[in-house]
Design a protein around this ligand. Structure first.
Ligand SMILES: [Zn+2]
Length: 439
């Protein structure tokens, strides 16, 4: 199916796209959604979210998190494994899958963790249906310790043999720890100290290491939340290296790295604290280049809710929680970028539907509008102007570094396998999401 815009009607049956054609020939249906004046996009996929369920459901759970997805226009979320307990064995995966099955309103996929000591669990996690794996190369929320390198090589080889992909949080742990202790010693507690503690070169070092290890182990690699010019250069180099010496590398970035930079810390403080840190203007502009030249394959949110107390209390920026909610803002923020001519609508669809579906083995069941594909749609009004108001979020986390942002564009319907889950902001809590496994 081409990525061009056309005027048509779409019919869904049993959760699948059954027919696409001229409106005048449309078959009868139980429910008709009039999308005139709107644009029907393939369902938006967010391959990086933290539902905090199980273990920290006071921050978010599968019900509130997937309601936030539906409200924002997201039809499928991939949940990260840094829970309590971490998703590092089949028992933990089943516990999480049960929570998701009971509560999810949109479709979901679950990552397994690659962590110290779980090599023996990797093959059974693949059999149990994980979408892929996540490996943290630096300390972050939750306790998912990176494995020693010899063990990591073995883990990557196991995943590679099964044809699955490993997403890495690529920041160099020892560089960051040393920087944090130096900044603390000099009494720094401000938000910019967080930026200084996690420089682009720490990302670059870890990205290059991950690329080398993945090539050695013949494993498909994904770089999560790319945040720097140096990191983007490393990914671009790997993608362009000659055949034979190249491994399959994909990368994501997030709206916050494309829209915010160092200049915003003074105003937004810990509200924009995230790992990796939001970096300089030069990094932001380099990420836009990477988005346009295909270095970046997908936009994800890294939806990472915490309580407002966790975000704001504590003696210094280093005690305040990293991450913020993103599911209710990402579609609107990126459509605003389309309206600003920073990318085209078809590039947006590549980054938000086709890209993640292909990278994670779900295409063409997900990621396109074609007969036989799942009837997942994000129906958008690209002209709607509104101001982001976190008080109205359905996520448990009712704050955002984008509070007050003037958006142009919004999702008005979210449709998952033919069911309207969100209609003009109203989320249908009778909807039921399904777990997605690689095809
Ligand atoms: Zn994350």
């Amino acid at each position: 199916m081409s990525s061009s815009l056309r005027s048509c009607a779409i019919a869904a049956k049993d959760g699948k796209v059954a027919w696409v054609g001229a409106n005048s020939n449309a078959p009868n249906a139980d429910r008709v959604v009039d999308a005139s004046g709107l644009i029907v996009l393939p369902g938006v996929i967010d391959a990086h979210v933290h539902m905090r369920d199980p273990g920290a459901t006071y921050k978010e759970d599968f019900r509130t998190g997937t309601a936030a997805a539906a409200a924002g226009g997201v039809t499928l979320v991939f949940d990260m494994p840094n829970n309590t307990p971490p998703t590092e064995d089949v028992e933990a995966l089943r516990t999480k899958a049960k929570a998701a099955q009971d509560k999810a309103l949109v479709d979901y996929a679950l990552y397994g963790a690659i962590t110290k000591g779980n090599t023996g669990e990797i093959t059974s996690l693949i059999g149990a249906g994980v979408i892929g794996f996540k490996c943290y190369m630096a300390e972050t929320t939750g306790s998912v310790a990176p494995p020693p390198e010899a063990e990591l090589r073995e883990d990557l080889a196991l995943v590679g043999r099964a044809g699955r992909r490993v997403s890495v949080h690529a920041e160099d742990d020892s560089m960051i720890r040393q920087r944090i202790s130096r900044l603390r010693e000099t009494g720094r507690s401000d938000a910019i100290a967080h930026y200084e503690s996690r420089p682009g070169i720490a990302e670059e070092k870890a990205v290059r290491r991950a690329i080398t290890l993945a090539r050695y182990a013949k494993c498909n690699l994904h770089i999560a939340h790319l945040s720097s010019a140096a990191g983007a250069r490393a990914v671009r180099g790997a993608k362009r290296s000659p055949r034979g010496s190249r491994s399959d590398v994909t990368a994501e970035t997030c709206p916050q790295y494309l829209l915010l930079d160092k200049e915003d810390y003074a105003e937004k403080g810990s509200m924009m604290k995230s790992n990796p840190s939001i970096k300089r203007r030069e990094d932001r502009l380099a990420l836009w280049t990477a988005v346009r030249d295909g270095t970046v394959d997908m936009i994800a949110t890294d939806h990472a809710p915490h309580t407002i107390e966790e975000k704001t209390s504590g003696a210094s920026i280093f005690e305040q929680a990293s991450g913020f909610p993103g599911l209710e803002t990402s579609v609107a923020l990126m459509l605003t970028c389309v309206n600003r001519d920073l990318l085209s609508l078809s590039e947006y669809v590549r980054l938000t539907s086709e890209g993640p579906a292909k990278a994670w083995g779900l295409y063409p069941k997900k990621g396109c509008i074609a007969v036989g594909a799942d009837a997942d749609f994000t129906v958008v009004d690209t002209k709607r102007e509104w101001r982001i108001d976190p008080a109205k979020f359905v996520s448990k986390a009712k704050y955002s570094p984008f509070e007050g942002f003037k958006a142009k564009g919004a999702a008005v319907y979210t449709v998952v396998r033919g069911c309207v889950v969100m209609d003009h902001g109203h989320v249908d809590t009778r909807s039921r999401g399904e777990m997605q496994r690689p095809q």
